[in-house]
Write a protein that binds this ligand. Structure first.
Ligand code: ADP
Ligand code: MG
Length: 332
């Protein structure tokens, strides 16, 4: 099978929202009046971002999920994406499963594949995604990293640390009961982009980012862009490992029995969660809860934004904890 047959067979589908999809030198998007385009790219490299032998259906899902998560963090509505793919060889079953996982998530978000590039090479998947954000009274409604203000509450969606827990087990750093690993692995391999929450937080949140490299590292980006500091209630965050979901399957309390330092580290430094970390003024607490409800996404208040720069960590007695937590950095 040649390059063009491969594209036609697995990736060419009719488009409905874009003006032109796969098959010409460019795709054409027709942005709606009164909107801006939000654009983001993410590359997934075999052996670095995923195990080469990972289930291709899950890989198709995750490749798009990480991009959708960036749109979610900006409060953008997904429109379309391009797919640049390097493949070591043409394996039809692999491609069919990859395309299946990819399009299942794309369809769920009404996000169309409009173009890309296909080449031979080490397995590598790069998606560029396009979304739209309304402009109201001349002001973009996009959620940015730079809007946090002293006194704002700090929130995170969903659960944290589970993806890192699974990664540790898959790397042989820790052993987990099979049922727990199966659930944690879902979080690692099939993350849920919080698109609906991001949309519901437009006009409510003051700043947002998605948690891809670890809670504290990603919070650091908000603090830097907003020139503020923050206090994080570590043990509230540490309660967000999906312990309750696992406890049934292992007859009680497996994760609750994880040692406290390990729980804290999983939640504060673990990457790949793709939850939203966001800030909102204290006057917006009811609006935040309404957004959580409307999007059926749990959110938890884990701290606050301070005028004093820097990051402070406190325990359940509100005692200061030393910050010895490093986040993921490809070149560190
Ligand atoms: P060009 O050489 O002009 O860049 P290509 O021959 O690489 O175009 O691609 C042909 C068409 O197929 C283009 O419309 C391109 O966007 C699309 N395409 C290539 N690879 C993919 C892919 N992996 N997924 C979706 N569309 C693709
Ligand atoms: Mg090309």
């Amino acid at each position: 099978m040649g390059e063009f047959d491969l594209i036609a067979r697995y990736f060419k589908r009719p488009v409905r929202r874009a003006a032109l999809g796969v098959g010409d030198d460019c795709a054409l998007l027709a942005p709606r009046a009164g909107h801006q385009l939000a654009i983001s790219s993410d590359m997934l490299v075999a052996g670095r971002h995923f195990f080469p032998e990972v289930d291709p259906r899950a890989l198709g899902h995750k490749s798009l999920a990480v991009n959708l998560s960036d749109l979610a963090a900006c409060g953008a509505r997904p429109l379309a994406f391009t797919l640049a793919l390097a493949l070591p060889e043409v394996k039809q079953r692999w491609l069919a499963a990859f395309a299946d996982g990819l399009f299942a998530l794309a369809d769920a978000h009404h996000c169309e594949l409009i173009g890309g590039d296909t080449t031979a090479g080490p397995l590598n998947i790069c998606i560029t995604i396009f979304g739209e954000v309304p402009v109201v009274d001349g002001r973009s409604q996009a959620l940015l990293r730079s809007g946090a203000k002293a006194g704002d509450d700090l929130y995170v969606s969903g659960t944290l640390g589970d993806a890192r827990l699974a990664l540790g087990a898959l790397l042989g750093q820790a052993s987990l009961p099979a049922e727990v690993l199966a659930k944690a692995r879902q979080r690692l391999e099939r993350p849920t982009p919080r698109v609906a929450l991001g949309l519901a937080l437009r006009g409510v949140a003051s700043a947002a980012i998605d948690v891809s490299d670890g809670l504290l590292g990603d919070l650091g980006h908000i603090l830097e862009c907003s020139t503020v500091g923050a206090t994080v209630e570590v043990d509230i965050a540490a309660s967000l490992i999906a312990a309750s979901a696992y406890s049934e399957s292992v007859g009680g309390q497996f994760l609750i029995n994880l040692p406290e330092p390990q729980r804290r580290r999983l939640v504060l430094c673990g990457g790949d969660d793709y939850e939203l970390l966001f800030t909102a003024p204290a006057t917006a607490r009811a609006a935040v809860q309404a957004a959580a409800q409307a999007s059926q996404t749990p959110v938890t208040r884990i701290g606050q934004i301070d005028a004093a720069p820097g990051l402070r960590l406190i325990d359940r007695q509100r005692q200061a904890l030393p910050n010895s937590y490093a986040s993921f950095d490809h070149f560190a």
